[in-house]
Ligand binder design. Sequence first.
Ligand SMILES: C[S@@+](CC[C@H](N)C(=O)[O-])C[C@H]1O[C@@H](n2cnc3c(N)ncnc32)[C@H](O)[C@@H]1O
Ligand SMILES: Nc1nc2[nH]cc(C(=O)O)c2c(=O)[nH]1
Ligand code: SF4
Ligand SMILES: [Mg+2]
Length: 253
Amino acid sequence: MKPVMAEVFNSWQGEGGSVPGSAFGRRQIFVRFAGCDLHCQWCDSREYIDASKVSRWRYEIEPFTGKFEYKPNPASVEDVVDAILRLDTGDIHSVSYTGGEPTLQIKPLKALMGKMKELGFDNFLETHGGLPELVREVADLTDYASVDIKDETARATEGWRALVLREVESIRILKEAGARVYAKLVVTSGTKIENVRWYAELLKGLAPLVIQPREPIEISQERLMELYREVALIMGRRDVGLSFQVHKYLHVL
Ligand SMILES: C[S@@+](CC[C@H](N)C(=O)[O-])C[C@H]1O[C@@H](n2cnc3c(N)ncnc32)[C@H](O)[C@@H]1O
Ligand SMILES: Nc1nc2[nH]cc(C(=O)O)c2c(=O)[nH]1
Ligand code: SF4
Ligand SMILES: [Mg+2]
């Protein structure tokens, strides 16, 4: 199975805040897969959601320059490895697999993660976690994982509650496999306190949670702190943090 890719570039991790498992501020090579089975209404990677429309992928030709060349899709795992290696600046914390949803292309994802491990890199998986049976297949290859908990206001799918339960199951699987994992909740001004309490109950004792305001930010700082407090009351003050998409403020990829 050949991967359908979106892009490969070198930047620093802009999300995750300061909870354990976060790679915020660490330099990474980002490997973005095309295609997603959800449709979060605020998704900032919408142009890559329908893989059949992503006819080519781009790879940065020099690290952190934003200069790209293009290749047709489907890609080959070898070409993606080459694109990653040309961006190895020697100070790379880990390789981030994101998307779209990387676990949907589990065979190429597994091949790529295996290859990068062989080459001495750590693997950082960025996933919606909605497919625990696929997450299981790469859990042993995952060093770090950021797993979204999709809030009701994301309107990601029908059957939102079932999705949340599967996301929590993915976190459990990754944790049991030894990955450093945290959960990320994107919130809006419409996010309900009762839902946030429910996520916190599910995650308590399992993984820390970062609360990330949807960009562009419309939630008030007061409301953000209210949500923070509710999580801290349930999960404990050590297991909650804020996360912002700092790369967007710094205008880097
Ligand atoms: C594009 S997604 C790809 C990985 C995976 N599909 C997921 O949703 O976790 C990468 C991260 O960006 C976050 N994100 C996307 N659009 C956003 C926005 N407008 N504001 C805040 N976070 C956003 C997602 O919640 C996710 O944590
Ligand atoms: N700098 C930077 N940090 C990120 N963290 C998560 C990202 C993503 O889109 O998965 C992302 C991204 O696209 N760029
Ligand atoms: S799951 Fe991730 S890639 Fe898919 S629509 Fe939501 S934010 Fe975008
Ligand atoms: Mg992004």
